[in-house]
Structure formats: C-alpha cells, structure tokens
Design a protein around this ligand. Sequence first.
Ligand code: FAD
Length: 435
Amino acid sequence: MQQSQKPLRIAVIGAGIVGAATAWELIKVGHAVTLIEPDEPGGPQAASYGNGAWISPASIIPMSMPGLWRKVPGYLLDPSGPLVLRWTALPSLAPWLLRFLAAGWTGQKVEHTAGVLASILGDGPQRHALLAEEIGRPDLIRRTGLLYAYRDREAFEEEGLAWRLRKDNGLQWRELESEELRRREPDLSPGYRFGVLVEDGAYCADPGAYVAAIVQAVCARGGVLVRAHADGFVLANGRLKAVTTDRGQVDCDRAVICGGIRSKALARAAGDRVMLVSERGYHGVIASPQAGPRFPIMPSDGRMANTPTAAGLRLAGQVELTHVDAEPDWSRVEILVQHALKTYPALGPRERLKVERWMGHRPSTPDGRPVIGASSASPDIFHAFGHGHVGLASGPITGRIIADLVAGKDAPVDIRPFAVSRFSRSRWRMASGAT
Ligand SMILES: Cc1cc2nc3c(=O)[nH]c(=O)nc-3n(C[C@H](O)[C@H](O)[C@H](O)COP(=O)(O)OP(=O)(O)OC[C@H]3O[C@@H](n4cnc5c(N)ncnc54)[C@H](O)[C@@H]3O)c2cc1C
C-alpha cells in the first residue's frame, strides 16, 4: 500500500459518490478515515443514487449558454419542458439565477467553463474503471460508449457550438448514419436517423450499489462509518480539532465537506458563503422492459439519459428550479416516460409499465463548477461539493485532488477554477464586470 508521510485522522462528511470516492483515496494512502453519514450510503437520499449513471467525457457543456435568458419566460410558463422554474421560488433563486445567466453570457465564458470541466471529466471513465476494479466490483462500470441520438444531421448541426467545444477539448466521437444506428439500437424509433457515439464514455450499472460498495471497501480497510448528521467544527487557533454532529464529536485532524446539496450550511460553518441551489431532477425506472436501448442513449430532443441499469431502464433528467424541500412533482417522471414511449415504440403500452419514481438534488453552483479546495476558516477543512450535473463522472478525480491537497502535493489538474473564493463579493464584481 502506498503510504503518506504522516497518517492523519480525517472526517469525510457525506457518503455520496464524492464522499465515498474521497474516503477511498484517503484510506488508500494510509489515513484513518471516518465517514459521517446519517443515512444508508448509496441510499435514495443522495443524488448519487438516482442519477442518469453516465460517465461522460462529453458532459463539459455548461447549462448556461449565450442567449439562455431569452428562454427564461418559457421556462416559467411551460410546465412540460425539460427545464421548469417555479414562480414561488423566484425571489430566493434570483441572485443565483443572475449569476447563472452571467456565467454563460458570452462564448468566451462558456469556452472557459468547458475547458475547466474537461479537466475533471476527460479521464472519468478510466478513473471509475480503476476504482471499481480496486473495490472488487469491476462489473459495475461498463465502458460501452455513450450514444447521442438525433432526428437528423441538421439537428446535430444545430448543436454545433457544443460539439465544437467538445472537439476543442480533445473529445473524439464516431458519427452514425441511419443504418448503423439501427444496427446498434434496433428498438430506437426510426425517427432518429443520426447518432454520435462517444466511444470513450462509460456508465454505471447501479449507482447506489456502487457507492455502497465503495463505502464497504473503505470500512474493510479500517475506515469507520458514523451514522450521524454533521453540523459544525471545533477549531483551536485555526486548526481543526473535531467535527460536531447530532451524536457527539468526531475528533480529527482534517475534514472534507461532501454533503451534496446540504453542504451550504457546513461551508458557512467553515467560513464560506457559497451559492448553491438544487437543480432538482427525476428518474423513472421501468422494470423488465420489453424494449429499449442496448447501451445508454441520450435522445437529443428529450434531454434525458436512457440507461439500461441493473433494475431496468432508467430514464433520468428534468431540471426543476424550486425550493429544495418542496414536494416532488411526479408529473415530471411521466414526461420522461412519455418521451421514452416515443423513443422506443415497442416499449409500451404505458399501462403495462411498472415505473419506480425518484426525485433528487443536483448540487449546483451558478458557474457549473464544483467547489474543491481549502476553506477560509481553516487549512484543515476542505470543500468537495457542488458538482451539479457531473458529480458521478467527476467523483473519483475529486477524491484524488483532495488526497493530494491533504498531502501538500500538486493536484492532477489546475484547481484554481474550483476555489471557494470565487464567491466572495469583490471577486464576483470583477468576474461579472458589475460595479
Ligand atoms: C436526475 C439526475 C441525473 C443525473 N445524471 C448524472 C449523470 O448521468 N452523470 C453524472 O456524472 N452526474 C449526474 N447527476 C449529478 C450527480 O448525481 C451529482 O452531481 C452527484 O451525485 C453529487 O454527489 P455528492 O456525493 O456530492 O452528493 P450526494 O450524492 O447528494 O451525497 C451527499 C450525501 O451527504 C449526506 N449528507 C448531507 N448532509 C450531511 C451532513 N450534515 N452530515 C453528514 N452527511 C450529510 C447525504 O445524506 C448524502 O448521502 C445527475 C443528478 C440528477 C438529480
């Protein structure tokens, strides 16, 4: 086993994919790791349970793109689209939304974000394959490639900016004409006549089981799982002594905040105000489907992942901007199911389908970049949250970055774009050009 110079007691707060992968990287180099998590690791409370399961080096395109602001009224008024914004949440979301729109205001800003995301997504499939191998579950990561399905080549070309950015960042793909698309995916509606196959892409066959298996592997190596809710830090002269929880203190030398959408309060306790909202998303899983994709597909007109998982065909997507604790709107799952019925005509009829429903929280920053790095209150407390739409894919590299920071080594990528300081008022003024 590779050893760090000095083993430390490290508390990792939150056991979603980011916390689990971080705990694994830390325990591998010899640290004493305590995972603090109130619920079952890999359970439905976490975004890591219900996501689209895609590990895509192509997911570098930020949500906020030039001209998006023109579509905002439609998002407020059309309840059936892939993105919905609830009126009641508008006042509390406004500061985040303004900064979100500013982040994609110009092509230059979007290019920058795409480059930053490419740095943490480019080798995601390889990192996951290695992690799955190390924990003894190589079966969970499938390197089959990922397919983007379009109505025709024109529809693909309408997304020219996105694919140009992918190309500029080194992504390679294969274009499939109608016949080849049909050969690969015989159940796909003939209405899709063009495909883009990202051969390097991978997916996870069961994201919840994967997280649980990583945590199990951490515990098998001597890590400890404490079932508690973390709520603060004990510091002495700026150095960390313990994490406080509803079940008492966890004494430690370092702590990592990996609480997904719930990280905001912990970041505040570590001296940092962050802009983090839930882009709520949904999935429906169709058990034992009669038809569907052989491999993961994203039908471009549906903006959703169709992934053949262990439990059945998972349809994951939708972005709902509203209060984090608002009741789920299950009609969003029905939108996903109805789209799938059109995408795979042999799947239906609807009344025969048994659909498991889930809603979860993408922990999203307005600039689409996670928050990774030391906190303001103490060099011993690290942030590792805010991975938005790409937290599954970028979980392992986040763990690697944190392990390197703890060791005082250079991270594998430039981490300046992930610094929490970008949320400070003066930085915001400079970045946005506001006065
Ligand atoms: C519909 C949907 C589809 C998605 N599709 C994809 C995809 O295909 N590919 C991809 O890469 N990403 C995808 N994502 C995003 C991805 O799921 C998230 O970015 C990722 O799961 C975030 O992981 P996390 O570990 O930061 O947070 P979570 O998975 O939410 O885990 C956080 C954990 O912290 C615990 N916690 C919270 N507060 C505390 C506390 N105070 N003390 C202790 N523990 C605490 C929680 O109980 C939870 O278990 C999708 C998300 C959604 C919603």
